[in-house]
Each structure stands twice: as C-alpha cells, then as structure tokens.
Design a protein around this ligand. Structure first.
Ligand SMILES: Cc1ncc(COP(=O)(O)O)c(C=O)c1O
Length: 492
C-alpha cells in the first residue's frame, strides 16, 4: 500500500461525520422517536450508552443517504472499494443475504439460466424465487471423511457451462463455511470466456483481502461481484455487510437500484458507521492482527490434531484431494467421529461443561472460528476443553465408523418460483414422498436447503431430514415450525 493510500485508509469519514453531527446536539423533530435515548426504556438506554444512541439517526440531509449517497456514505464506500480492490463497494444493512439477493437479481431475470452449487445459502435460493431465474445445479466436491461439501471445482464449472452455453451468470460460494477455497482465478477465466459475470458468495471471506498468506479473494481472482460478510469476519456489527463490484459485466447503477429496492428506507447509521470503522481497522492493522490469528489457529490445529479421537481439517488434507483447493487456516473444522460422538453432542458438551460456544456443528464435525478477537487464553480454553472431552469419551463408546451420507439431490420438477407461487397444501412431512416442494426446509446454521421449492421429494431426502432431526440439528424453514407438515404443490 502506498503512503498516500495508507493515509487515506486511516480515515473513517462516515464514523467521524456522525460523531461530529452528534456533537452539534441539534434538537431533533424526526425519527427515531427515542431522540438520543431520552424517550426510551431507561434501563435499555443505560445499557446501550449515550454514544451509540447519539448516532442512531435516520437519513436526514446532514448525514447522507444510503439510497442516494452523495456525501459521507459515498466517501466511506469509495474508501472501502479502494481497500477491497473493487471498482465500487455498496454497504448493506440487510446482511450478506441482502447483498447476495441484489447481485443475483441484478444479473438474471425470469427464465435466465444461472449456475449455482446445490448447497448454496438460502438467500441465493430466495433470489432465484424472486427473480424467476432457472437454476442449473453444480455439484460441490464432497469430502467423504467429514461429510462436508468443499465447493465447486473448476472442472465442474467448465463442464456445466459447456452443457448450458446459454447461461447468463455463474454463482459460487468461496470460501465455504469450513474455509475451503476453489481455484477462483481459473473459474473466473472460464466464466468470462463466455462473456457472463461470476458472482461470489464471499460471506466467509472478508479477511482474505488483508493478509497475503490467506487464499485469494474474489476481487483479486477477477470475480464481477462478491457479497462479503463484514460482520462475520471483518469486525463490523452483526447484520452489516458489503457488496463489491468490478469489471463492468454487471451495471453498477442497476446493482445500486436493486439493492435500494431490497433495503429498508430506515437504514441503521450504527451499522453503517461500523462498516466504515471496520474497513479502516482492517486496512491499517489487518495484516498484523491476522498474522496473530493465523498463528493461533495453526497452533490450535496442531494441538487438536494430536488429541485422541479428533482430527482437524488441514491444508494437507485438502491438498490430497485436489491441488487446486486452498484452505483458510483460521477456520478449525474438527471431525469428532473418532470419539464415538456426533458434532452436535460435542457442541452441547462444550456449551454445558466448558462454557464454550462453537460456530456450528453437524453430524460429524464442529466448526470454530479464530479471529483477531481471539487471544492465547480463548484458544487454550478450547484446546483444553477438547482434551477433557476426549479423556472422558475416547474409547468409551465404540468409535462411530465413518459412514458419511451425503444429501441426495432431488430432481427439480418445476422452477422454484413457479412452485413457490403455485396453489399449495400441507401434507405430513414423512408422507410427502413424490410430491413437489412448495417451500424451503434447511438446517440453520449453515442455512443450506435440504429441499427447495420445485424439487420432487424423494425417500432419500426424507431420510436425510429425519437423521438431522434425530441428531437434534436445527431443521427449519417450513411455515409449520413443528415440522409435522410441509407445504407441497397442490394436485390439479
Ligand atoms: C455461505 C453463506 N452465505 C450467505 C450467508 C448470509 O449471510 P447473512 O447472515 O449476513 O445474511 C451466510 C450466513 O450464514 C452463509 O453462511
């Protein structure tokens, strides 16, 4: 980074501008009605504090407007674009879900084909329903040891594009929740050969931009758009995110218009300020902070790997599968089947006996994220807790043989949009085989649908859902929260 750029990145015009405005102590006759907290529950006011409440504003002229940025928000977005190597950056107060929906809806319309990994997040599928686009599934590489999907490889994208030369866009998830990155540069190249945009769900990759030892980011790989979750791993407040653009295959004005359609008119300035401050912190201190986080994670990976019954996903394991995969070392995916326990059982033991919360668990694994918010102490606590669980459980139960079942992909019988809007009726979940799904059912986290609207329900899919329910995993999505019934397309 040049001296001039470094000096620019040291600024936080939006955060500073809001504090400056708050200092003026203007008399507000506008929303929010709590008026700097004076009109709100006193206990909540005291808890949040005066500073936060003083910048809980609405889009009055002096503080700019996310829907038509001309002042401090525009400047903050421009600084973010510079930091992320994008041509334009948009702030999102609708999480990464909002950013994903905006990039998909800006890229494709009714009937357009878009290539998508079947294990994409529900926000991608929501955008498919809203746009009326026709999804073409790409199968991710499945890790037979852990039962997790490692993202779509270059050869799959190439083959699917050959089969569907009329596709209008390609979307990939990179990195995956578990930190696995595909050959994104290669994927961008084959997608661009067709003259269409590559959209990246980069929910788990905000930090990749700020350390040379981390895998390649979406913008560096040449992707056209990336929805990058600042609140997940970039240090901003929960629900704030960004959408990065470059390359001109997607019109930035169209993206701005679509994002605006999807965004509340009462945008939170606390969230926006947190994006500005998080960008400044990453751009100025990110490399140093991440060097420490990577070292902590690598030590934890070594120590966890030495615990009987546990295995920690490492770059060598990914390297065995395909040299074109890369791993974000800050994600610790710990496979626990050697203890004879499920991932969810270890999650509960960590919570109830050790005061530790993991990011997620599934049938075989737990996932822990190491970030600049960690220190020696938190990481040692995790390793110690896993050692204690191993001492107590290793060889007490027969080690679960690793029989990894991967979800069967049910056939798409109707477009997701047509199924979602078709006349529907509730039927008992486990008597729905052969019917066409009219809603979503997923495990959250990670929010990947087990069944999508338009898919014909198979026995395999129902067995897979049952297995997740029996393991106590958070299956959700249908209108009936008890999951007794699901909505399927009504028979004519
Ligand atoms: C892969 C992926 N994409 C998108 C999202 C949506 O992000 P957000 O919760 O910020 O809307 C998530 C959230 O978990 C995710 O895991």
């Amino acid at each position: 980074m040049s001296v001039a750029v470094a000096a620019e990145q040291d600024r936080a015009p939006l955060f500073d501008g809001l504090r400056e405005y708050a200092r003026k102590n203007r008399i507000p006759f506008h929303i929010p009605g709590h008026k700097r907290g004076r009109g709100m529950d006193p206990e909540f006011r005291a808890f949040l504090g005066e500073n936060a409440l003083s910048i809980d504003l609405v889009n009055i002229a002096p503080v700019d407007d996310l829907h038509l940025p001309r002042g401090m928000i525009k400047e903050a977005q421009e600084l973010a674009a510079q930091a992320f190597g994008a041509e334009r950056t948009f702030f999102s107060v609708q999480g990464t879900s909002g950013a994903i929906m905006a990039m998909v809806l800006a890229a494709v319309g009714p009937g357009d084909k878009i290539l998508i990994p079947r294990n994409a997040h529900k926000s991608v599928w929501t955008a498919v329903v809203l746009s009326g686009a026709q999804p073409v599934f790409m199968e991710p590489e499945i890790d037979p040891v852990r039962g997790v999907a490692h993202g779509v490889c270059l050869a799959t994208v190439e083959r699917t594009l050959e089969e569907h030369p009329d596709a209008k866009a390609v979307l990939v998830v990179n990195p995956t929740y578990f930190g696995v990155c595909a050959d994104l540069r290669g994927i961008a190249e084959v997608v661009h050969r067709r003259g269409i945009p590559l959209l990246v769900d980069e929910a788990h990759g905000a930090h990749l931009y700020f350390h040379p030892a981390l895998p390649c980011s979406a913008m560096a790989a040449g992707a056209d758009a990336a929805a990058t979750s600042m609140h997940k791993l970039g240090g901003s407040l929960i629900q704030s995110s960004i959408l990065n653009l470059q390359g001109g295959r997607l019109s930035s004005d169209r993206v701005q218009a679509v994002l605006s359609m999807l965004t509340t008119t009462s945008t939170s300035y606390i969230l926006l300020a947190s994006l500005d401050a998080a960008r400044r912190y990453l751009a100025t201190w990110g490399e140093e902070l991440l060097t420490r986080a990577i070292a902590l994670a690598q030590r934890a990976r070594r120590e966890i790997g030495a615990i009987p019954g546990l295995e920690c996903l490492g770059p060598e394991v990914i390297g065995d599968r395909s040299s074109s995969y890369d791993l974000d070392p800050t994600k610790l995916c710990v496979t626990v089947t050697g203890l004879g326990l499920s991932g969810i059982e270890v999650e509960v033991l960590l919570r109830e006996e050790h005061g530790i919360e993991v990011e997620l668990s599934d049938l075989y694994n737990i996932l822990c994220l190491i970030t600049p918010g960690d220190g020696e102490e938190s990481v040692c606590r995790l390793v110690e807790a896993l050692r204690a669980i191993s001492r107590e459980h290793y060889r007490k139960r027969p080690a679960t043989p690793v029989v990894v079942k991967t979800p069967e992909v049910p056939p798409l019988a109707m477009s997701p949009r047509d199924a979602f809007y078709a006349p529907a009726e509730p039927v008992p979940l486990f008597e729905s085989e052969g019917r066409i799904m009219a809603e979503f059912i997923m495990v959250y986290p990670p929010g990947i649908p087990l069944l999508l609207p338009g898919e014909r329900i198979t026995r395999g899919a129902l067995d897979y859902i049952q297995e997740h329910l029996e393991a106590g995993l958070p299956v959700q999505g249908p209108e009936d929260p008890t999951l007794q019934t699901i909505r399927v397309v009504a028979r004519a």
